[in-house]
Design a protein around this ligand. Structure first.
Ligand SMILES: *[C@@H]1O[C@H](CO)[C@@H](O)[C@H](O)[C@H]1NC(C)=O
Length: 300
């Protein structure tokens, strides 16, 4: 279940004002700056004093995230709310809402009739599902918020102060996904996972805790879904106290040459591609066709 629980997003895209050499950062969307962007300007910021639904669109889908995850993303203040400058994402059990038996026979249809409650992702049976004994209905309700219409950007610095959730099955994530799929469908236009974690309090692999004590940052990229070379761009960091025990600042620094990830200013990992860009990093040679041919070295 992918859900980001309890996070404050302070997306500070470090960059100054009017008379300046223009920043390499570009931005679009209803909350993007309309003036020229100077290096050092903060161009998007959120303190969660309120939940601004013009900025933050809720996903409304049963489709999970492409991994048959079993959450139902909903726009419901039980599952997402702000309190004291913190956005909480709180999973609840579908059975507590619809009854346990309903998971085995009911039909959930999230195609709303109003502009605010339309299904946001039809893939993977996302807009309507009927439960049965083999495939029960999504047993958990949660939330996924996005700035798809309000804000998108290229190049810059992102800082997010967040606290990870603890608990089995929880998979908190803060991502950037492409707004326009400039090079084609996933993962040809890239995916930047600023942070992902597992909520498990005690979960080991080869003697190492891989639950709430570990976070990861990942880039997904490749010519098609069967060729995603994320293993070449995946970094981990361990904190024995657990990332669930306190707020930390998760940071992405993305410029024309590199992308680096930090937690509390400590490097998690990053990539500075050579001339051949992400195609060379992926190692596909000339066996497949390169969607980033002739593009900037940081494409996608
Ligand atoms: C919001 O979620 C709660 C808890 O699952 C549920 O009882 C309530 O009916 C939901 N509201 C709507 C409008 O679906």
């Amino acid at each position: 279940m992918r859900c980001a629980v309890i996070f404050v997003v302070i997306c500070g895209f470090a960059f100054a004002r009017k008379k300046c050499d223009p920043s390499i950062t570009t931005a679009s969307g209803t909350f993007a700056p309309t003036d020229k962007i100077c290096p050092g300007d903060i161009i998007f910021q959120e303190e969660f004093d309120s939940l601004n639904l013009k900025k933050w669109q809720h996903e409304n889908t049963l489709g999970g995230g492409g991994n048959w995850e079993f959450q139902w993303y909903t726009n419901n203040r039980t599952n997402s709310f702000v309190n004291d400058g913190v956005l909480y994402i709180k999973p609840t059990l579908t059975a507590d809402h619809l009854g346990y038996d309903a998971l085995y026979y009911a039909t959930l249809d999230v195609n709303g009739g109003a502009p605010g409650d339309q299904c946001t992702n039809p893939r993977w049976y996302g807009c309507s599902r009927t439960g049965n004994a083999v495939h029960i209905l999504n047993p958990v309700k949660s939330a996924r918020l996005r700035t798809v219409d309000s804000f998108s950007f290229k190049y810059g610095r992102v800082e997010i102060r967040a606290k990870m959730p603890a608990g089995d099955w929880l998979w908190p994530a803060i991502w950037l996904l492409p707004r326009y799929n400039a090079y084609g469908g996933w993962p040809a236009s890239g995916e930047v996972d600023i942070i992902e974690a597992r909520g498990n309090r005690d979960y080991t692999l080869d003697g190492q805790q891989i639950g709430s004590q570990m976070i990861g940052s990942t880039l997904h990229f490749g010519p098609d879904w069967a060729h995603d070379s994320y293993v070449k761009a995946h970094w981990k960091k361990v904190n024995p106290t657990g990332y669930n025990s306190d707020f930390h600042v998760y940071e992405l620094v993305w410029d024309a040459n590199s992308m680096n990830f930090y937690v509390d200013s400590e490097l998690v990992g990053g990539v500075t591609p050579s001339k051949g860009g992400f195609w060379e990093l992926g190692g596909w040679g000339d066996t497949l066709s390169n969607p980033w041919q002739g593009e900037e070295v940081m494409a996608p």
